[in-house]
Design a protein around this ligand. Sequence first.
Ligand code: PEP
Ligand code: MN
Length: 322
Amino acid sequence: MGNDANNNDVNKNINIKSSCEMPFDFVLKNIQTKETNNNDIEIKQNTENKNKENKEKTKNYDKKENPVLIKDGYVTVIAGPCAIESVEQLDTIAKIVKDAGLSFLRAGAYKPRTSPYSFQGLEHKGLEILKEIGDKYGLYTTTEVTDAETVEEVAKYVDILQIGTRNMSNFALLKKVGIVANKFNKKVILKRGWAATIKEWLLAAEYITSKGEAEVILCERGIRTFEPYTRFTLDLSAVPVIKKLSKLPIIIDPSHAVGQSDLVIPMSRAAIAVGADGLIVEIHNQPEQALCDGQQALDTKQTYEMLHQVSAIASLLGKKIR
Ligand code: PEP
Ligand code: MN
């Protein structure tokens, strides 16, 4: 009796919460939340507060305006090298992407490297090469924007702006990307910070969408855990969680998550099986010669094998690869 009474007192004092209680108590205004009875939160893009009159679409340098990145019934595969190294290198890889029947080319011009002594990218020259090769093969292009000062410049050369893991919490960059993406009608791939919670990631998306109508595609690329064998740990549970909490599409980057080419194919299969809307994968015609991330790049044969295996999983879900 005495013990029970003591326990009750303790319980009252520490106010034990239900184990089902979720920490998703944040407010989203532009990617609205709507709580349902079972505590699910629906997030939808709010177009109400967006000033359409102020939206300047610049068609002069938009070779193919407004690419459809995510399509119902399809899995979108974006492929390309980690970094643009030369015209010849990107031309060869773009041809692989095109010949494989894909439409989206990824390639980094500004490379935010962990070490200042690693290859930093061809920068502006890289943007020019990406535009030239994207136009040559009729591929939509995406590259990373690394700071607020260069966002507008990058938007002139590519179809989709990418925010990397190291910059997910760079709020000045997020705001600028929101403004520029709205102005130039660009989509935005927002990678998850490797130490960011899903809540922080969604609020980062909110920073972008609060500045206009930019369409945001989330990208899970692995988070930091205690496991050193893989480069990061791919949080595939983020896919159903994001689907439950939001209406934003989510793609998976298996390359940066695992960091080893032989692990990219199985994780690509898993990503599609768990319901991801697409993949962004690093490929290279000569991975061993790559100036950046060659160890995780799929070579041509592996690229075809990945697409073959991913198509098989997608077809089980009634989806096709594009
Ligand atoms: C990249 O996609 O080239 C890249 C640097 O990715 P992340 O920001 O996920 O490391
Ligand atoms: Mn890379």
